[in-house]
Write a protein that binds this ligand. Structure first.
Ligand code: PMP
Length: 445
């Protein structure tokens, strides 16, 4: 028998194990397509996650208020989800939809149970963009129409079609759009393009959508919308908005796709954000928090709509058992943890505190959002976007161990979408740092 060598593990400083930000930046510039942009003038290298915390290569702890953009709703490396995923990884990592797997049908049944209205049949795939592609295809097949309606400040993905469905200028990189899309104005009350004021406006923006539809009512297969704009700057439509719009769509046999990629899985205080408006989508797309941090997405449709897609259409990762296990574990934790109540309670506390800060800091033009999806629009005295100040605040918070996000058509919305497991003390800690950051920003950046 060969002698076993004694392995001597030498203690080394944590940072020595990692490349570090400078080297990553150098390699990134050399080997990644430049579209892969990052936050911060001095970015950190993240190496570990533990619930609401992330750690960089020096061991520094960050309180995460962005959740990898609304992904880790149950916290980073949530132990319950991780255990089951690891077990599944050890047992069976991949088959594909040409073979039968139990977890996939169980997950589909579960999604039918928890999604609103008559949503029933699911197609699984790997990303939110892919799910929106599938949803778009279903609605075209069902209605035999080609066009789509989408919000002027919506975002739906990075593939060719979903780039076209995306209205936000910041993300529109495609020089040759191929889809037929009519954009309707986002219900952005803080900057209403008509200068109208809610509620006396009587939702003129729905009237504008009606004018567009009536120009060519047979043109549109579906309207795709995020119930609350994510990248568009946490725009929350007024309570009558979606019911009024849905009525209009039904009058013209246009289907409604709810893109819940950012808003799903208790983020806004309900399992799905569209439930706040009591409107039934014909198709819904989910991704991100579905698996709490593992590639996976789904299109869920009403049975009649789903049943039109009978010819083979497949995604290699669509029946992945690890994806299905991650999603089932996520849904199990959500079912027992009452995180939707926590998101409502803590979200209203955070929003309330931000509104108090707004009294003190004129740079905080607007505070909006639902549950733990909250945006603060930063403005200068003339209401133009305070983007330089936002840069400063993001960096200031990061240096003091707080990660927040940036969204909005003017890229001036400071955004909070933390893991739903954060505590009141975490919120307090963030607010104290934010107040300091705002004071410094106000003194002049
Ligand atoms: N829809 C929405 C609302 C999104 O926020 C995103 C991603 N930010 C997508 C779709 C695309 O998802 P993915 O990146 O998984 O393709």
């Amino acid at each position: 028998m060969p002698m076993q060598s004694k392995v001597c593990v030498k203690e080394e400083p944590l940072a020595a194990r990692y490349m570090g930000p400078e080297e990553i930046l150098r390699l990134k510039e050399r080997y990644l397509v430049p579209c892969v942009y990052h936050f911060y003038k001095k970015p950190m290298q993240l190496v570990r996650g533990d619930m609401q915390y992330l750690y960089d290569h020096t061991g520094k702890r960050y309180l995460d208020f962005f959740a990898g953009v609304s992904v880790a709703n149950l916290g980073h490396c949530n132990p319950e989800v991780t255990e089951r995923v690891v077990e599944q990884f050890r047992t069976l990592q991949h088959t594909t939809s040409i073979y039968l797997t139990q977890s996939v049908v169980e997950l589909a049944r579960r999604l039918a149970e928890i999604t609103p209205g008559r949503l029933q049949k699911t197609f699984f795939c790997a990303s939110g963009s892919e799910a929106n592609e599938g949803a778009a295809l279903l609605t075209q097949l069902f209605t035999r129409r080609k066009g789509f309606l989408a919000f002027s400040y919506g975002l739906h993905g990075h593939t060719k079609l979903t780039l076209d469905l995306t209205g936000l200028e910041f993300w529109k990189v495609d020089p040759f759009p191929c889809a037929d899309v009519g954009y309707i104005p986002s219900p952005y009350c803080y900057r209403c393009p008509r200068g109208a004021v809610y509620p006396s406006c009587n939702l003129e923006c729905v009237g504008e959508a009606e004018v567009l539809i009536k120009k060519d009512p047979e043109r549109y297969a579906a309207f795709i919308a995020e119930p609350i704009h994510g990248n568009g700057g946490i725009i929350v439509p007024p309570k009558e908005y979606f019911p009024r719009l849905k009525e209009l769509l039904e009058a013209h046999n246009i289907l409604f796709i709810a893109d819940e990629v950012q808003t799903g899985f208790c983020r806004t205080g309900k399992m799905f954000a569209i439930e706040h408006w009591g409107v039934e989508p014909d198709v819904m797309t989910v991704a991100k928090a579905l698996t709490n941090g593992f590639p996976g997405a789904a299109v869920i449709a009403r049975e009649e709509v789903a049943n039109v897609l009978t010819r083979p259409y497949a995604s290699t990762w669509g029946s992945n058992p690890v994806m299905a296990t991650a999603a089932m574990a996520t849904l199990d934790v959500l079912a027992t943890s009452r995180l939707e109540y926590w998101a409502t309670e803590l979200g209203s506390y955070l929003k309330g505190e931000l509104l108090l800060l707004k009294e003190k800091f004129p740079i905080m033009g607007d505070v909006r959002g639902m549950g733990l999806m909250i945006g603060v629009e930063l403005v200068k005295g003339d209401k133009s976007p305070a983007t330089v100040q936002l840069d400063f605040i993001l960096e200031y918070l990061k240096d003091r161990g707080i990660l927040a996000g940036r969204t909005g058509p003017g890229r001036n919305v400071l955004t909070f979408q933390p893991p739903l497991v954060i505590t009141r003390d975490d919120v307090q800690e963030m607010l104290e740092m934010l107040e300091e950051a705002l004071e410094s920003a106000q003194k002049g950046v």
